[in-house]
Write a protein that binds this ligand. Structure first.
Ligand code: KG4
Ligand code: ZN
Length: 334
């Protein structure tokens, strides 16, 4: 079955064609980063306008790259939320219109469940059960997945998401948006010199996180430092990343231990972080655990994960009503 996926929840307009929920025939992503970069974060109004400009072309490209025409598409999956309502609506209405005009089923899927599904698109995906860390610009959640399609939320950030903290610290350091990749690169260049920052919630039981205090600690350090920003930026980046990586690695490994899993997965934009990947791979191999990370192009927002999740829904006979609407936040946590 050939499913067209469409994603427009934040600042990426994406379309993809996935065969049988497993084989990615195409995955096209039009990033808006250059338009948001001057503002140090995503500007919702700009995001909506850019989605409108890009959606038709991105979809056309995805279908052509797959070597197909619209007649071949058998179902459409689209992100329903969470995300920016103005942005979501562009992909959502486009997907409805596509499915309506072609008389094919359409599925409105959850963006977080799709990130969790992204790891199943790997050549060698994890078997169930496993625990997963979803670390992105909007979420820092830990889940237990006993079987396909079942997600039990174990913990989440009580304030900023980890990707959001990366973006805010990068803004303080004058590094622009998005902050994650720049801080990750700077931290690697720091040559072992790192400012010591607190490890938030490392001493707490449970699987919740907090990153706003860490962000404040970075801000205080910068305010009290008499060194020019350019001189301290890499040590601050390294210290911030060490703190984040230690907390994330500790919590997800602890979740695997508590839930008796020998496998863990990390998904979402922050799963691209090289510091986190190498730390988890080293820690897991010492403990007899296996860490799974999707390939880099499936970590950030993409439509292949949307199509893969929609495929599962089609197989269950689902065909959503055109009356459905988008949501900015999940109606209830999973
Ligand atoms: O999953 P994603 O593309 O969008 C959301 O659903 O939020 O995640 C975007 C987030 C941004 O905050 C970005 O700074 C962060 O992922 N990110 C990274 C890295 N690459 C992207 N954070 C840390 N290290 C990276 N290499
Ligand atoms: Zn995302």
């Amino acid at each position: 079955m050939l499913v067209l996926g469409i994603e427009s929840s934040c600042d990426e307009t994406a379309a993809a064609v996935v065969a049988d929920g497993r084989r990615i025939l195409s995955s096209t992503v039009a990033s808006q980063i250059e338009f948001h970069h001057p503002y140090g974060g995503v500007v919702p109004e700009i995001a909506s306008r850019k989605h409108i400009e890009a959606i038709s072309e991105v979809t056309k490209q995805a279908i052509e790259t797959a070597g197909l025409t619209v007649e071949h598409i058998q179902a459409v999956g689209v992100t329903r939320g969470p995300g920016l309502v103005g942005s979501l609506l562009i992909g959502f209405c486009f997907a409805k219109a596509f499915a309506f005009s072609r008389h094919i089923p359409w599925m409105a899927v959850d963006h977080l469940e799709a990130h969790l599904e992204s790891v199943q698109l790997m050549d060698d995906p994890p078997d169930y059960p496993y625990v997963a860390l979803l670390a992105s610009g909007g979420h820092t959640n830990i889940y237990y997945l006993p079987s396909r399609g079942v997600y039990r939320l174990l913990g989440q950030s009580r304030d900023d998401a980890v990707g959001e903290a990366y973006d805010k610290v990068a803004k303080m350091l004058g590094l622009g948006y998005p902050g994650g990749p720049v801080i990750d690169g700077l931290a690697r260049k720091a040559g072992g010199e790192a400012v010591a920052f607190p490890r938030p919630f490392l001493d707490k039981d449970g699987f919740d996180f907090s990153f706003s205090g860490l962000k404040t600690a970075v801000n205080r350090y910068l305010e009290s430092s008499d060194q020019p920003l350019a001189k301290v930026a890499s040590q601050v980046a390294a210290g911030f990343q060490q703190s984040v990586v230690e907390v994330l690695a500790y919590k997800i490994i602890n979740a695997a231990r508590v839930y008796g899993c020998s496998r863990l997965a990390v998904v979402g934009g922050v799963a691209a972080n090289q510091g986190l990947r190498s730390r988890l791979e080293a820690d897991c191999s010492g403990l007899g655990l296996k860490a799974f990370f999707p390939p880099l192009d499936l970590c950030g927002d993409n439509a292949a994960m949307i199509a893969a999740l929609a495929h599962q829904a089609v197989c269950l006979g689902r065909n959503d009503s055109f009356d459905l609407d988008v949501y900015s936040r999940r109606p209830r946590p999973t």
